[in-house]
Design a protein around this ligand. Sequence first.
Ligand SMILES: [Zn+2]
Length: 154
Amino acid sequence: MNNENEIIEINNNQAPENTLYCPYCDRPTEIVDSKVIYRKPGYGLIYLCPFCSAYVGIHKGTLIPKGTPADKQLRELRKQTHYSFDVIWSNKTILKRIVGDIEFNHLKEKNLTYRKIAYLWLAKLMNIEVKHCHIGSFNSEQCAKAIDICNEHI
Ligand SMILES: [Zn+2]
């Protein structure tokens, strides 16, 4: 027999760690099918604030939110940010021009996608860490800044 006297900790901590709180009213959001918003099934689950209707999508097969819940105005701003950012990362010529040929080749050698390269570039200009550089998590000011930065380079 080995020393089997280890204490088994039972993790009874069923605290709602997955609860996502609404950034507008601080109340817990609810997980619901996005058909309540889109009126069509098939778009997966969302975290929805039942009080102010802010919401955010959930990555399929997980409870991981795709960003932070957003109200209508912020959702619209994030959409615009995506439009501008998509032009940057989906265009190799633009991407090469803004990061520079040498850096671009260097990053491609590391097998980074165009999208990832563009996020690295954007994070740098926004003075944030790349791990925080997700449009789905941007607030209004960050969206405005990102749109300006992208549009300047298109
Ligand atoms: Zn709310």
